[in-house]
Design a protein around this ligand. Structure first.
Ligand SMILES: [Zn+2]
Length: 313
């Protein structure tokens, strides 16, 4: 049994995950940008204790997936804008001290990649790229079953490769990143802009709502979906040209409507990847569902410590 912790921009969750990737118990709480580290740590400890009690099992370790930047080697939090008071703090060291078990931390994109590679849609595929498309684009890269890390353990930012330098500005400093063009908010912004000439263009519609309208045949929503498929396809084509992986596993809220986008995306890929065997790269949907982040966090622990003998608390 592994204690799993998911720290994101809107919520923090904790739970207990068994050796097959099944979530036995879980709890969550809002992240709250003003929360002090001491407060947050206390919350995580109490959620881990409670979920462990609910599951009726002790935990042998703790895995953490967190929205970055975090240092997986030292366990230290970097400049995380959704929890500014956590900068320089080290929940890996602190939780290990409190629970007396080994603790491992990864960026949540990497945690998601490890989860899908170990227990989800990426199982038995040694080279895979995991991409999650929601309010942002994140992901992770697995090569020969191991997580790919950059210099100093850095996590590559696959959402920030430039698709169109004349595109909308991105939080990273560039314009026209994949993340600035193919996320849910990018879809909403484009739709809203195109519709602004209409007299009754009311509230911002979510990407989900735009997809529903497209299914009902709304012409502008259909164009928004075609545009999303195009930019999704361009980003995937770049990943295929760069990595030629066995599979790309697609998750995140926008991919709940994947059947609207995948044919269009495949068409884009086939137009520009002729120097690599692009047809051999499978596009598969993430399979771990709503608990993917907690399952990924538990897999972080297995990836780091799974081969070692560990005494359980
Ligand atoms: Zn960017």
């Amino acid at each position: 049994m592994i204690g799993a912790v998911d720290i994101g921009g809107t919520k923090m969750a904790a739970g207990v995950v068994d050796g097959d990737g099944k979530v036995l118990s879980r709890m969550e709480s809002p992240t709250e940008v003003d929360r002090s580290y001491e407060d947050g740590l206390e919350l995580l400890v109490s959620m881990l204790r409670k979920t462990s009690q609910d599951a009726g099992r002790g935990i042998c370790g703790i895995g953490i997936g967190s929205t970055g930047p975090v240092n997986p080697v030292t366990g230290e939090f970097g400049d995380v804008d959704f929890l500014p008071r956590w900068r320089g703090k080290n929940p890996v060291r602190d939780l290990a001290g409190i629970f007396n078990v080994p603790v491992a931390l990864e960026n949540d994109g990497d945690a998601g990649a490890l989860g899908e590679a170990g227990w989800g849609a990426g199982k038995n595929r040694s080279r895979l790229v995991y991409v999650t498309i929601g309010t942002g684009i994140g992901g992770g890269i697995i090569l020969n079953g191991q997580l790919y890390r950059g210099v100093d353990g850095a996590h590559p930012e696959i959402g920030h490769h430039v698709i169109d330098p004349s595109g909308p500005p991105c939080s990273c400093g560039f314009r026209g990143c994949w993340e600035a063009l193919a996320t849910g908010p990018a879809m909403t912004a484009w739709f809203q802009h195109e519709r602004s000439a209409e007299p009754k263009s009311h509230d911002n519609l979510s990407a989900k709502r735009i997809c529903q309208l497209a299914q009902q045949g709304d012409p502008l929503a259909c164009r928004a979906v075609a545009r999303e498929a195009y930019y999704l396809g361009l980003g995937l084509a770049n990943l295929i040209n760069l990595f030629t992986p066995d599979a790309i596993v697609l998750g995140g809220s926008v991919m709940k409507s994947a059947d609207l986008f995948l044919d269009g995306a495949r068409k884009v890929i086939s137009q520009g990847c002729r120097f690599v065997p692009f047809e051999k790269t499978e596009l598969v949907l993430a399979s771990l569902g709503e608990d993917a982040n907690l399952i990924g966090a538990a897999r972080v622990w297995h990836h780091r410590f799974g081969q070692q003998e560990v005494a359980c608390a």
